[in-house]
Design a protein around this ligand. Structure first.
Ligand code: HH2
Length: 300
């Protein structure tokens, strides 16, 4: 096939993602449903703050077709009052994780945290994956904990601290957002490797909306193939985010489903294989249609 001018080839993703001795096959789009055990998350804050509500929400997302769940006890929303301390974050996450682990022994469970003590406790409770939205920047012991416990690790790009990483405070990119983001993700990979994390355990995430204004998020989404070319599976988290609201004119985050599906389908076509979403069922159905088309494009 002769590529069209300017077109970049679609890359095959690595075949799997290693997490705690198991391998999650990436021969189809993988969906992680979001379980926010927080009072203040930007789109669903407070709705699943009680452990029972969070567990039931997780169970519902699995019924809708999620391959895994990403459980978080600290919001990165810029308006959130103060960072959550280790004890409080453990109190939020661990009971929910323990019940989900017991009820769904085979399901991949990820914990969204930047704190090594929370990560260690979660891995002790049976979590498979640590989703670090700081890309190992904020806690020097995080990489060691993940390496020692052979966790799957999501290295997400961001800048700043938990309280300002989802704002535009650090969204200045003299050399262009894609080049700088890729360079910073490469530093996260170096830190993971230095601690002994295996390449097969690493997933990269460009951090949509994290130190990225709408134009930055679009530029990054248009360059997923460049991130995929680094050789690690790519995750994206576009669900309900502000750039979707700006582009589609939908002010209420929970009503931004269609825009999220549009962005996820484009990311799939560009090489992303793992999708972190609030709305599992509709996303699953959309990707079920987009995926065979993408596969035909990879094969030709
Ligand atoms: N986005 C959020 C949180 N964690 N993790 C990854 N890997 N990628 C993302 O894009 C990502 C993430 C923010 O979304 P949400 O959890 O819905 O909101 P909040 O931080 O307010 O809890």
């Amino acid at each position: 096939m002769i590529p069209e001018p300017g077109a970049r080839p679609i890359l095959a993703s690595p075949a799997g993602w290693r997490a705690r001795g198991r391998v999650l096959a990436l021969d189809r789009p993988i969906i992680f449903g979001i379980v926010n055990v927080t009072p203040d998350s930007f789109s669903d804050g407070g709705r699943f703050f009680s452990p029972d509500a969070a567990v039931e929400h997780g169970a519902r997302l699995l019924e809708e077709g999620a391959d895994g769940l990403d459980i978080g006890g600290e919001s990165t929303r810029p308006q959130s009052p103060t960072p959550v301390d280790v004890d409080e974050e453990r109190r939020r996450v661990l009971p929910v994780l323990a019940v989900l682990r017991a009820r769904f022994p085979e399901t991949y469970l990820s914990v969204d945290t930047v704190k090594s003590e929370v990560a260690a406790a979660a891995l002790g409770e049976g979590a498979d994956i640590i989703n670090d939205v700081s890309g190992l920047r904020l806690d020097a012991r995080m990489a060691d904990v993940c390496a020692r416990m052979e966790a799957g690790v999501v290295l997400m790009h961001s800048r700043g601290t938990v309280t300002d990483m989802a704002s535009f405070a650090h969204a200045t990119y003299g050399r262009g957002v894609v080049d700088e983001m890729m360079g910073e993700l490469a530093s996260s990979v170096d830190a993971a490797r230095a601690a002994g994390v295996s390449d097969s355990a690493i997933v990269l995430d460009p951090g949509i909306g994290f130190a990225k204004c709408t134009a930055d998020s679009l530029a990054v989404l248009a360059s997923i193939d460049r991130i995929a070319a680094l050789g690690f599976p790519v995750m994206v988290g576009v669900s309900r985010k502000r750039f979707i609201g700006e582009l589609s004119g939908v002010a209420v985050p929970a009503e931004r489903l269609e825009g999220g599906i549009g962005a996820n389908v484009m990311a799939l076509a560009a090489g992303a294989r793992i999708f972190r979403v609030h709305d599992v069922g509709p996303t699953r159905r959309a990707l079920a249609v987009a995926w065979p088309i993408v596969q035909l494009r990879i094969a030709t």
